[in-house]
Structure formats: C-alpha cells, structure tokens
Design a protein around this ligand. Sequence first.
Ligand SMILES: C[S@@+](CC[C@H](N)C(=O)[O-])C[C@H]1O[C@@H](n2cnc3c(N)ncnc32)[C@H](O)[C@@H]1O
Length: 350
Amino acid sequence: MISRRTRSRRAVGQNAAQPAAAAPRAAHSIRSRIDAAIRRRAHLLADFDCTACRVVNGAADDLPGLIIERFGPVLIAQLHAERLAMSESEARDACAYAADALRASSVYRKWYPPHRGTITPQQRAAMSAAEPWIGVAAAPNVTIVENGVRLVARPYDGLLAGVFLDQRDNRRRVAQRAAGRRVLNLFSYTCSFSAVAAVGGAAATTSVDVSRKALAWGRENFAANGLELTAHSFLGDDARDFVRRAGRRERRYDLVIVDPPTFARAAGAGRVWMLQRDLPHLLADVLAVCERGALVLLSANQRTLEPRWLERALRAAGAGRRVEAVERPELPADFAGDDDLSRSIWARID
Ligand SMILES: C[S@@+](CC[C@H](N)C(=O)[O-])C[C@H]1O[C@@H](n2cnc3c(N)ncnc32)[C@H](O)[C@@H]1O
C-alpha cells in the first residue's frame, strides 16, 4: 500500500536554484524513488494475467506531477505541469530509467496542463505521432491483458490511451457479475466494461457514447476477445436521450454502468454534460429502466466530489425503488493516494 504520508515530503527537484553539483544527487534521488515505486508494485508487474498497471503515481510515490503507466511493452508518462516538481529533462531521465528497469521498448509522453484547453498544437501533434519520447516506435495498437481479458490500447492516439487503468478492479467485478444479465454501459468510451461483461457471459450488452470513434474502438475490443457481436450493440447517442427513449420503450436492464465525465461537450449537438447538474436527472431515468434486482455501477472521478455524493444522488433518484449499496470499492493498490480519486459505488435496485 502506498503511504499518503509521502505526499507531504519535500517535492523532488526543488533544488533547481542550488549549485550544479546538486544535479547528479537529484537524479540519484529521483531514480531511487522510481525503484521504490516499482518495488511496491512487484506483484502486479510479475502477473502474466495483467500486463497494464500504474507504475508511478505522482505524489503518492514522492514524485509529484509524474505519472507512469505500463501498457504491455510501452510506458506512457503523464507530465502534470502544475504539480511537476522536477525539470522536463529530469522527468525524461526518470522515464528512461523506469523503461530500462521494466524492459519497456518505448515511452510516450502526455502533457496535462492545468486546463486542457491550453495544450499547444505542437503538444497535440506530438501526442498523435508514432515517434516516442524514448525508445523505438510502438505499433499503433497495443493489446494488453487484464484478468485474462484483452483490451486494445493506443499509445499515440492523443491524450488518452483507451483504457482507464483505475477501473481495473471494477472491470473484474463487472465480469464476475455479468453472467446472464442484459448490460447497459453509458458513457462507454472504448467499451471496455462491455467487453469484460461479454467475456463474463452477459446475455447482451448495449454501449452508448457520443463518440463514434470510441465505439469503433470498442468493437475492436470485442474482436480482440473473439466475441461475436450478435447480442452486442454500439450506439452513438447522448446517454440522456438514449435512457429516456429506452424508458418510453419499456426496455429493461439487469446491470447498468454509469461512468460519466465531469464535463463534456457532445460533439455536434451543441449540448454540454455537467456531472453535478446532469447526473441526478440521468439517474432517475436509469432507475426507470432497471429490472428488479438489477445492479448499478456508478463511478466518477471529479476531484471536488464529496465521497458520498454519488451514493446520495443514486438514493435520491430512487422514487419508490429500494436502492441498497452493495459495495463501495477502493481504488486498485497501484492508484492508492491519488488526488484525482475515482469514486464508485455498486448498488442493487429492487
Ligand atoms: C470518462 S470517459 C468514460 C470511461 C469509460 N466508462 C471507461 O471505463 O473506459 C467519458 C466518455 O463519455 C463520453 N460522453 C461525453 N458526454 C456524453 C454524453 N452526453 N452522452 C454519451 N457519452 C458522452 C465521451 O465521448 C467519453 O467517451
């Protein structure tokens, strides 16, 4: 378990104003923190059934602003500008050191400025280029294995790689709970929850996202696991419109995943999604399409969200339905101490 105590320690790289002789010492200290982060995850890194995990978790590993994730042979480094407590060349050295230790073939760099709108066109282009920051170019699609399921990651398809690793344990829970159920996956992105549900024996899955590109990627995740698509649909729609229509048509689901963004613009439709404004209404419509005994996984990673807000929103949407909290999962151990804490709750609807 990563200690929260480490967050309050002196940030690495704060000695920029010190004499040049301090530089090798700083590099040594950063490398020793990378070693410690890798040691803490030794069990995960040795697991053949799980080829992706977070290797360095910023301040929780005493490396503020630096996140390194492993996707099979590739590392993806996130540089969070407002928290990064080392120079970019120190960050590069740290990543090269981690790549060497993990025998990774390449490292791709992602820039996270305080506001996404301030990513420069050059940074955007670099995040979509095959040329890595370190090492040799990877294939555009890198298939990772997670609890025996194959998922397609793309190391240079922009800011995101297609698989949110903090949801690994929830994907395992979905796979374990999906057998025979009709699964609805709202804000499905690359449909990884749907793919694991299908592998787990779901009777049918419906993935809904405004991004058709993400849904096409979702089909690739099904193909990667040799899944027939007959019982599985991929719908380019606003989640709010889809669920309202499904209610009118008296559709029913036995497992519903609701994992929305904090804020999003629905391309073309001129509408925005705002979690705290829109989720309560959406949940009322979601509960209306839940079969008696249905399971709901509700998740969000808005930093400012009060821990029980999701659960209260779900209960408030109940309107006569019994909402019983089944599980309030912790983040996977490789994410412990993350400020962007993703919060989730599993509930049973009667
Ligand atoms: C946080 S990601 C979802 C992550 C996903 N559940 C997973 O585990 O990979 C947010 C997704 O919501 C989609 N989205 C944003 N606004 C939407 C809306 N109003 N209706 C449907 N999808 C939306 C985006 O296109 C994006 O793919």
